[in-house]
Design a protein around this ligand. Sequence first.
Ligand code: GDP
Length: 424
Amino acid sequence: MAGTVTVVVGTQWGDEGKGKLVDLLSKEADLCMRFQGGGNAGHTVVNNYGEFKLHLVPCGIFNANCICVMGTGTVIDPQDLLAEMEAIASKGVSVEQLVISDRAHVVMPYHKLLDKVEDEARGAYRVETTGRGIGPAYTDKVGRIGIRFHDLLHEDILRAKLSAVIKKHNAILTHVYGQQPFDAEELIEAALAWGQQLKPRIVDTMPIVRAALQENKNVLLEGQLSAMKDIDWGSYPFVTSSSPTAAGASAGSGIPPRYINRVIGVAKAYSTQVGTGPMPTELHDEMGAHLRTLGGEFGATTGRPRRIGWFDAVVTRYVTEINGCTDLNITKLDVLDTLAEIPVCTGYRYKGELIEHLPDPVIHEKCEPVYEVLPGWQQSTEQAKTLADLPRNARNYLDRLAELVNVRIHSVGVGPNRDQTLMA
Ligand code: GDP
């Protein structure tokens, strides 16, 4: 795949298994970049170095020849990043090739506290965020009072910016939320220390990106969450504060849209969601609990049990359309191995009418799923090495999903290991 710019995005509500695919594809990548989000990601990778839950570091880190970039569109807690780098390095993985965009925003300690108290104050519209400060960091970015990584290297700029912003946040934290104020001097000192520790990695990423494109390198853009959590296109207000789409990949990485030639959507063979928001196929019964156990569906970042449902073709088709997906990676097929029958949601019923497109979240919340029930295969798929090894009903299931979503299958996951991926 010489000279390919590939974006990997989720097509449900996140946690589809993007980390595993990015790890696999990065064997042939020269550059791997996170373009949005921050430590609220939890990308699981299982390879010969062991099992990792990467929150910030791009999953391309396991290829020592791949430059890994925390892109301009990301928001990063420097302390968490340093801890994650240390944890990865302690397992024998080189983090030498990791760089951070000087334009990326810093998640500060006050963002984490604001995240918690502001989410509690949302009442019925609580997002159930991961509490990692992502939303408040983006709010400051859009409000033009954010601190960028470049600022960490310049005491005068940092001091001027932080002194102003801390006054505002302290007033809100103390008066509105009854919290203790932050000490500006302490924050400045901590921020300068992060800057010094990360200094060699804080770079202008444009020359790196430009060189990769000019030299026809393989570039991987690693998305987090999914368009269902997109600030514009997701189930607002139960969304994240950035754009985890192929368009967001272009904006957050600085790679012009015309260079992107492959967009791989990752879809679980069933559905899961963490946090609040509509989910018509959600299972509240024993089958939901059973699938949660079979699939190990507990959050990589929070440990929270994930909400479970059947595959929702309306959602995945919507997300693949928003992204212009060229390919589909279906994961966790093996989790369905024991089931006799597998329902797939092909549309919704709302006020007696059949809907086959994704409606506004207020309506989506009230939609009843319309199911087509497919026969299971009741046979293990974990040992399969190619798609041809799969039982006929498993092939039929995959083909039907691809047909409903209208995107060709790129690969299928039959286990958490890197090599449990069947290429189409
Ligand atoms: P991500 O954030 O999209 O990378 O997804 P997560 O890492 O949060 O969740 C995916 C989980 O499923 C992880 O525990 C993966 O190891 C696991 N996983 C990924 N693909 C497969 C698969 O094909 N089969 C099974 N059984 N597990 C998988």
